[in-house]
Design a protein around this ligand. Structure first.
Ligand SMILES: [Zn+2]
Length: 290
């Protein structure tokens, strides 16, 4: 990727249902000027308040990533953020007429295709690039994430391990390029454990879950569709670990930085991913002043 900022070339729209709320939502992606950043605009709220997609707006990471500013929020931003990161989009406005980004097919693929289809436009300002200058670590129980200095771009590795239940251990490692992201990561769909799905039903969550937007891991090791419970056709044999990397890419892009670092994650989820995003964001600020 060159080091100039990018946006999309024209307006593009997408409608679909939110995974957690089940509400039909319309998204409208609009080109933006250099140094605008990534900004959600809640068109259903009076005054059309803006919510910048930045780690400082992080409100909640339980199961999904929610941003909030002055009491106005947008949920489930991670898969669309991953698409922006994959395409190197630094500036874009996303009008949304509800409080949740639609699920699409549970991956970043639809967003990636829509945005790419507009043509990516290069702007005459340099990207906000950060070459990580220090080793950073976060952990929570047996989940951990390490970020190391690395000058060749963004490298990500992930170990998915349910300690003998559900899936066998899956490991995956990738160098972040537009092509690698588009073909190896963007199509990987979200998944849940069958035990968690029961909990969601009790809590009235996951109202937008359909057979076409998520995978369910069963205790016997099989992977099924969530409603019909018929066997799921996987896009990759290790689709789950690839989706975990997709989530990291989306969550780390809340730093709004083009990051050069090596990320090594074990069993991390949105909570740890965003803890690391905060540390990287603070580190970039610290070294910007040196
Ligand atoms: Zn996800």
């Amino acid at each position: 990727m060159d080091n100039l900022q990018r946006t999309i070339s024209r307006v593009v729209e997408y409608s679909g249902i939110g995974l957690f709320t089940g509400v039909e939502v319309k998204l409208r992606f609009k080109p933006a000027l250099a140094n605008t950043g990534i900004v959600f605009v809640r068109t259903d709220v009076e005054g059309h308040p803006k919510v910048p997609a930045n780690i400082e707006m992080l409100y909640d990471t339980k199961r999904l990533v929610t941003l909030e500013k002055d009491g106005v929020g947008v949920k489930s931003v991670e898969h669309v953020m991953a698409a922006f990161s994959g395409l190197g989009i630094d500036n874009i406005e996303i009008e949304v007429n509800s409080n949740e980004v639609p699920a699409g097919d549970g991956s970043s693929l639809l967003f990636l295709q829509l945005l790419k289809g507009t043509g990516i436009k290069t702007l005459a300002e340099p990207k906000n690039t950060y070459y990580l200058q220090e080793e950073l670590r976060v952990s929570n129980g047996d989940a951990s994430m390490i970020a190391l200095p690395y000058d060749k771009g963004l490298s990500l590795s992930y170990i998915l391990d349910f300690n003998g239940s559900f899936l066998n251990r899956q490991c995956f490692e990738i160098e972040m390029t537009e092509d690698n992201f588009s073909t190896q990561i963007a199509p990987a769909r979200t998944f849940g454990l069958c035990t968690v799905i029961e909990e969601y039903k009790k809590l009235g969550l996951g109202k937008g879950v359909t057979d076409d937007n998520s995978l369910i891991l069963q205790e016997d090791g099989s992977i099924t569709k969530p409603l019909s419970m018929s066997p799921a056709e996987l896009r990759f044999p290790n689709e789950c670990v690839r989706h975990k990397i997709l989530d990291i890419i989306g969550d780390l892009y809340l730093t709004n930085l083009t990051l050069h670092a090596r990320i090594v994650a074990t069993k991390s989820g949105h909570y740890l991913n965003t803890c690391m995003a905060e540390k990287i964001y603070e580190s970039a600020k610290k070294y910007a002043h040196k």
